[in-house]
Unconditional design. Structure first.
Length: 274
């Protein structure tokens, strides 16, 4: 396989969302290129908000597209969004509701068979209780790892608490926002502290050990992180991806370039014309 197992299906295409905000007529053909490229195994579904479904359907004009619906406005969005999705191939639903029980109840009653779902959980003191509600359901937890303001980025301690809490409950999770690069860094333009997706993968290996997870999240050396990722056993890779299933990224190319620069991913050599 060209794409190592640690990165297969890891990058959900969030090109429509900030800070990328790619216009739909550009984002759809770009996704089609990703899905047929040598790195296609790394690419997850195309993320689309409920308010863009009519526009997306018009752009597609009957062409197939595997999508995940992003529903930030509560459980009441679920049924209308599924109806509006029509003939689209819905692979997943990402639902946010302050009442996690309401989200779970809506998904239990309305989610079509074979469609995966994630419930976005609140940050703060209510997180452990929200994790308890979601534990034992068929749904993943979703957690925000960034945004357009400094306060949208959790500290490594806060994120480690979420990762460890999920591991304690055997609850898989995905992340959204802020994971633009493989390695933890300070954005020179904004001053925001960004988590690295490679840091999160290695923190996932720590399981319920919150201290080890926080240490992995705090590491800023790409060389050290790359060496640790290279040395993971098959069982550790499996555990990491069973826990950390995916994250939304407005750029598919940037994370792949980071992995290549770290020596963790190699593009196939171009074939010569014969």
């Amino acid at each position: 396989m060209t794409v190592p197992a640690l990165y297969r299906g890891l990058f959900d295409d969030a090109a429509l969302f900030p800070p990328g905000d790619l216009p739909l007529p550009e984002a759809v053909p770009a996704h089609a290129v990703h899905r047929t490229a040598w790195y296609a195994e790394a690419v997850g579904p195309f993320l689309v908000g409920a308010g863009r479904l009519a526009e997306l359907t018009a752009v597609l004009a009957g062409a197939p597209l595997r999508v995940a619906l992003v529903l930030p406005d509560g459980a009441g969005q679920l049924a209308p969004a599924l109806a509006d999705a029509g003939a689209l191939s819905v692979a997943g639903v990402e639902l946010a509701d302050p009442d996690v029980r309401a989200a779970v109840t809506a998904l239990d009653g309305q989610l079509p068979a074979g469609v995966q779902a994630a419930v976005e959980l609140p940050r703060g003191d209510g997180l452990p209780a929200a994790l308890d509600v979601l534990a034992g359901t068929p749904y993943r937890a979703k957690f925000r790892t960034g945004g357009l303001a400094a306060g949208a980025f959790p500290t490594e301690t806060e994120l480690a608490g979420f990762l460890a809490g999920c591991a304690e409950r055997a609850l898989p999770y995905k992340c959204t926002a802020g994971l633009h690069h493989a390695v933890r860094h300070t954005d020179p333009a904004t001053g925001f502290e960004h988590h690295g997706f490679l840091n999160v993968l290695l923190a996932a290996v720590a399981g319920p050990d919150e201290k080890l997870a926080a240490e992995a999240l705090a590491e800023r050396s790409g060389a050290l992180l790359a060496a640790a990722a290279h040395d993971l056993t098959d069982d550790q890779v499996r555990q990491a991806r069973e826990r950390f299933t995916a994250f939304g990224t407005c750029s598919i190319v940037e994370p792949l370039e980071d992995l290549a620069a770290l020596g963790l991913l190699t593009a196939p050599a171009p074939q010569e014309d014969r």
